[in-house]
Design a protein around this ligand. Structure first.
Ligand SMILES: NC(=O)C1=CN([C@@H]2O[C@H](COP(=O)(O)OP(=O)(O)OC[C@H]3O[C@@H](n4cnc5c(N)ncnc54)[C@H](OP(=O)(O)O)[C@@H]3O)[C@@H](O)[C@H]2O)C=CC1
Ligand SMILES: O=C(O)CCC(=O)C(=O)O
Length: 448
């Protein structure tokens, strides 16, 4: 059978076994579509059925999460942990609390995480988890009770050498704190079982900043290949949560001008730029008051586009930092028509396959999610190292390491794309470079 046919067969089997899981199937197809030249060079992967094994999660855990609201009413949510692949190290990846969470979304995220973590060069396997719980509009006490109930079950499955969750959409410092407290109480162990912890009790400097900073460092590396910098570049950023906030902060520091932010209600457009003072308002609005981005427009007289995303705004660079499939073919074409030529994905799988095809065809500087947003999990890896050594590194030390890791990831993707005859195609480069290390480790470890 030809390698292309083998890949098609594997994909069809995944479709049959995971019928209707559209996000998961999309993520699998993207990786498989890059792999024919790797199989041609490495028949050992075919013989050992690496593709058939790598698409299947090692373990999928689903559980009931009962909790009580402030009025005493009982609610039941569904919790998950997908322990996808441990060839490179313990399972590592975030937890998402959002009403749309289901097995398909967490399997796509877990699958992506395997290759992303491989690119970081750190010893991290891949996993993801979460619940269809919506923290929006809930009191702190309700969020705490939910987190405690979630961890009461999850704690059986995780540990500092087994599986180390972190944050993602809807899970920030507050939620990590409540979950850590419950884990410690049940296990009677103060250990590095979660990352994204607060500094006082085992967190790392720069972890909150890392995903956003990393996406900007990655874009900086892409610009460097054309002898350019961020100086004067107009940047569109989506989302207004953790990743978006620190993306804007780093862009400001490097001379870029961020002009948009968004949430599920709409987009703000500030043609003068979201400077550090305005960004401080966003930090307070989103992380303390937990308000809507529209209030930025009210406060600073910026434009507000109700129900719209930022991709219609003229920009040089785009940083999708909200959620999956937020840039479709039409939005991608609009970005290109408006002169955008740098896309660095802070969110996971924010571009549809049709949008990705346009980026590659037009040879723009495209940093795919599993490479461009790997700074978050990489810094989680640095948090784990500090926990193991009972040490805390300085802000400068962690930031330097993050910068070095992002440059190394870019170089790996760039070199791999060249090696496989597709110079500049970092989509292909990231998929192949991420895959090869995991595949080789699976071969080393036998049929497990
Ligand atoms: N945190 C991390 O370290 C990492 C995060 N990522 C990815 O980055 C992205 C953002 O995560 P993060 O910043 O942590 O999450 P947050 O919860 O802090 O922020 C998410 C932001 O995205 C918006 N958003 C979420 N869903 C939608 C939607 N369906 N439509 C429009 N806007 C939406 C939210 O708006 P609203 O409040 O209205 O829902 C909010 O502004 C995700 O794709 C995540 O997987 C990737 C690597 C690491
Ligand atoms: O820091 C981590 O472990 C998880 C980060 C994450 O969820 C991601 O990279 O998507």
């Amino acid at each position: 059978m030809s390698d292309a046919n083998l890949i098609q067969n594997v994909y069809e089997k995944v479709c049959q076994r995971n019928a209707g899981e559209v996000e998961f199937l999309q993520a699998v197809k993207e990786v498989l579509d890059s792999l024919a030249p790797v199989l041609a060079k490495n028949p050992k992967y075919v013989d050992a059925k690496i593709l058939e094994r790598i698409v299947e999660p090692e373990r999928q855990i689903m559980f009931r999460v009962p909790w009580q609201d402030d009025n005493g009413s009982v609610h039941v949510n569904r919790g998950f942990r997908i322990e996808y692949n441990s060839a490179l190290g313990p399972y590592k990846g975030g937890l998402r609390f959002h009403p749309t969470v289901n097995a398909s979304i967490l399997k796509f995220l877990g699958f992506e995480q395997v290759f992303k973590n491989s690119l970081t060069t750190l010893p991290l396997g891949g996993g993801k988890g979460g619940a269809d719980f919506d923290p929006k509009g809930k009191s702190d006490s309700e969020v705490m009770r939910f987190c405690q109930s979630f961890m009461t079950e999850l704690c059986r499955h995780i540990g500092p050498n087994t599986d180390i969750p972190a944050g993602d959409i809807g899970v920030g410092g507050r939620e990590i704190g409540y979950m850590f407290g419950q884990y410690k109480k049940i296990k009677n162990a103060f250990e590095g079982v979660l990352t994204g912890k607060a500094l006082n009790w085992g967190g790392s400097l720069i972890r909150p900043e890392a995903t956003g900073y990393g996406a900007v460092y990655f874009a900086e590396q892409m610009l460097k290949t054309r002898n350019e910098t961020f100086e004067g570049k107009v940047c569109a950023v989506s989302g207004s949560g953790n990743v978006a906030q620190y993306t804007v902060q780093k862009l400001n520091e490097l001379g870029g001008k961020a002009v948009t932010l968004s949430d599920s209600g709409g987009t703000i457009y500030d043609k003068d730029g979201i400077d550090d003072e305005k960004l401080a308002f966003v930090f307070e609005l989103k992380n303390v008051k937990r308000g809507r981005i529209k209030e930025y427009a009210d406060k600073f007289g910026a434009e507000y586009y109700e129900g719209k995303n930022p991709w219609g705004v003229k920009c040089d660079c785009a940083f999708p930092s909200a959620t999956q499939n937020e840039i479709g073919k039409e939005e991608a074409q609009t970005l290109l028509n408006n002169g955008c030529y740098v896309i660095s994905e802070g969110a996971n799988m924010p571009s549809t396959p049709e949008a990705q095809e346009l980026y590659v065809e037009n040879k723009i500087l495209y940093g795919p999610a599993k490479a461009a947003n790997a700074g978050g999990v990489a810094t989680s890896g640095l948090e784990m190292s500090q926990n193991s050594q009972r040490l805390s590194w300085t802000r400068e030390e962690v930031d330097e390491k993050l910068k070095g890791i992002m440059a190394a990831i870019h170089q790996q993707c760039f070199d791999t794309a060249e090696q496989y005859g597709q110079p500049g195609n970092l989509l292909m480069g990231s998929n192949i470079a991420g895959f090869v290390k995991v595949a080789d480790s699976m071969l080393d470890q036998g049929l497990v």
